[in-house]
Design a protein around this ligand. Structure first.
Ligand SMILES: C[S@@+](CC[C@H](N)C(=O)[O-])C[C@H]1O[C@@H](n2cnc3c(N)ncnc32)[C@H](O)[C@@H]1O
Length: 268
């Protein structure tokens, strides 16, 4: 009896470990349907999902787009009823399936259809990009994401250029690609910071990396409402401390699907 129990345990262990290494080696991605019916994936290496299981699209909408107040930014009008901002630039750190960017584009075009949109996205794993074509989430702009990853434009860069939307995806370690943005003209109004958790992916939550992000965020030109902002789902103390050390003013983000709030970093 005891021996058969031990034997079964051993078989279970071998099976689960083998499956784990097999799926890492052959890059099998396990799909998960989240509570808002949108699909995410489980990453075997990090043993984490790409989105909150409470809702992948909901997370993009609430923890990133609404947290940054993007609708307010592009919807702002002057005394003559004209839009104040005719362009918006977003840095999407850890692009994954591109939900955050696609949901942001939907929101922007829904309010200010002629707004020029520039997104620079950082991602280092082609495996997750390969899953994008298998998905049809309820995001109107998702076909643009599919178009983006349909061909590698040049060495490790994907690019899509439509009428008023430009997306550039840099496929490499974000700690390296962020540095290449420093000498460019573009400065970002918003940053979506969406790595795996600080516990599993500490290298993307450091003071040094946050300083590099801070350096490419737009400087406040006119009023505080135009301050550039970073949004992230984590409220871990180390994350907030490192954001503050990098120069951001740290605030609570929205509470979605769990008890703790996200975090907003404002460049004042
Ligand atoms: C939580 S998921 C992001 C989900 C994504 N924002 C979306 O909407 O689908 C984290 C992502 O970070 C990427 N990643 C991990 N380490 C990275 C690194 N050093 N540089 C760039 N991307 C990285 C992973 O490949 C993964 O796609």
């Amino acid at each position: 009896m005891f021996l058969s129990f031990v034997a079964n345990k051993l078989i279970f262990l071998v099976k689960t470990k083998t499956l784990k290494y097999y799926s890492i080696y052959f890059q099998i991605m396990k799909q998960i349907t989240t509570n808002d019916n949108s699909i995410t994936y489980h990453n075997e290496e990090y043993d984490e999902t790409y989105h909150s299981t409470s809702g992948a699209i909901e997370e993009a909408q609430k923890k990133f787009v609404e947290a940054c107040e993007i609708r307010e930014f592009v919807g702002k009008k002057d005394n003559n009823g004209k839009f104040v901002h005719n362009s918006i630039s977003i840095l999407d750190v850890c692009f994954g399936l591109g939900y955050n960017t696609a949901v942001a584009i939907d929101n922007i075009l829904g309010i200010n259809p002629d707004c020029k949109i520039i997104v620079v996205a950082l991602e280092n794993d082609p495996t997750i990009l390969n899953e994008i074509n298998k998905l049809n989430p309820k995001i109107n702009s998702f076909p643009i994401i599919k178009q983006l990853i349909s061909k590698l434009a040049s060495n490790n860069e994907y690019e899509v250029n439509l009428n008023n939307i430009k997306i550039l995806l840099l496929l490499d370690d974000a700690r390296e690609t962020i540095k290449t943005l420093q000498n460019q003209e573009i400065k970002f109004n918003f940053c979506f910071l969406d790595p795996f958790s600080p516990k599993k992916c500490p290298e993307l939550w450091t003071e040094e990396f946050f300083k590099d992000i801070f350096a490419v965020m737009a400087d406040n030109s006119s009023s505080p409402e135009n301050n550039s902002k970073l949004a992230t789902y984590s409220c871990a103390r180390i994350v907030r401390e490192n954001l503050a050390k990098a120069g951001f003013t740290v605030k609570d983000g929205p509470i979605v699907g769990r008890r703790s709030p996200g975090t907003i970093g404002v460049k004042e």
